[in-house]
Ligand binder design. Structure first.
Ligand SMILES: [Zn+2]
Length: 363
């Protein structure tokens, strides 16, 4: 993306920007009450930022920003894509970068109002589509949302839409050298997920019950309307399932990374097409069953997952046992860890169930 210099003067602040700033101020003031110590943070500059807006966001002053960043006080310039050092009084939730896939009937103004942002800002965030009067289905439009912790829904007491899982299926041996006694198929449950390959979707009763439970809680707790796609688990009876090394004992299952709303198909073509907030919700809901051993995900994808988790309000300390990132590829004992080729799906390994008496973790 080309670096655009933004010249800052009081005249630069448009009416819409003023409205947005005052909303931010209120939020900042509330947050300031709860947190009074200062911390150094970096603020990544995006189109539409002004020194005044940034200052308000962190409860500091424009002149402080000029001083900390050694800007020219006469003509302070901030540059999109660079960051500002801020000794923040208030640390708001990070700004969230969302990707909106254009669907039939979408327009600049429609998308702007859907996300509650101004149309001119929306256009500036998307220089790729600059000068285009209309958008086309499949265009990916970037939207920046201010400190919105994503999409946690209100808690409801409605029963989870679980369907019965065939009983008595036991995991035998190790994931990379094992089989299944009395294999259970992943039952059809259209309100929760889609099973892509029924012939490769057998497992232990325990693993399938936990998989269904995790996805059901994800559906209950997170506002994600897209599909959850289960790619492969094990063959009926288990054993070798090419090209996988594991997937033999009915405890390993591949789940495709959820797509941003509105995209066709089930397989993300790039990280842009992945809804990372939904991915985080799904991963977290699965881990919360307490029956997950590992989740394999490529390290570069973990970075996106980690950011989504932070946006959802998780702290570094809470994330340490859950996601390997920001540690390096080989390190750590976190549940989510690197394994090559897991960049369009993640791979979940469930624990042995109490009935799986011949189930082992090593060969
Ligand atoms: Zn796998």
């Amino acid at each position: 993306m080309a670096l655009l210099a933004v010249l800052l003067s009081p005249l630069d602040v448009s009416a819409t920007t003023r409205a947005a700033s005052s909303a931010v101020t209120t939020a900042a003031a509330v947050a300031a009450e709860t947190k009074k110590t200062r911390t150094w943070v970096k603020h990544g500059v995006i189109a539409g930022d002004t020194l005044v807006k940034v200052a308000r966001r962190y409860g500091v002053t424009r002149s402080e920003l000029i001083r900390w960043n050694r800007l020219n006080p006469e003509r302070p310039v901030i540059v999109i894509g660079r960051s500002l050092r801020v000794y923040a009084k208030v640390v708001p939730l990070p700004r969230e970068r969302r990707v909106h896939a254009v669907v039939k009937g979408d327009s600049w103004s429609g998308i702007a109002s859907k996300y509650g942002v101004s149309q001119s800002l929306l256009r500036r965030w998307n220089p790729k589509y600059k000068g285009k009067r209309s958008l086309y289905v499949g265009n990916l439009v970037i939207v920046w949302l201010d400190g919105m912790a994503t999409i946690k829904k209100e808690v409801t007491d409605e029963p989870l839409p679980l369907v019965a899982v065939q009983q008595g299926a036991r995991s035998v041996g190790a994931p990379a050298r094992g089989k299944i006694y009395g294999s259970a198929p992943i039952p059809e449950n259209k309100s929760l997920y889609m099973v892509l390959r029924p012939r490769l979707s057998f497992g232990s009763t325990h693993a399938i019950e936990q998989l269904q439970l995790g996805i059901a809680r994800f559906r209950r707790d997170y506002a994600y309307d897209g599909r959850v796609v289960i790619a492969s688990m094990s063959r009926e009876g288990g054993g070798r399932l090419k090209p996988h090394l594991s997937h033999q004992s009915g405890r390993d299952v591949d789940v495709r990374l959820p797509l941003v709303a509105g995209l066709k198909g089930t397989l993300p073509q790039s990280y842009e097409e992945v809804d990372w907030s939904a991915t985080w919700g799904l991963v977290k809901s699965l881990i919360d069953t307490k029956e997950v051993v590992y989740i394999f995900l490529t390290h570069s994808a973990q970075r996106r997952l980690y950011r989504a988790a932070k946006r959802a309000g998780m702290t570094e300390v809470e994330l340490k046992p859950l996601i390997q990132y920001p540690e390096s590829i080989g390190s750590g004992r976190a549940v989510v860890r690197h394994s090559k080729g897991h960049d369009k799906h993640f791979h979940v390994r469930f624990k042995c169930g109490s009935a799986d008496d011949a189930c082992r973790d090593k060969r």
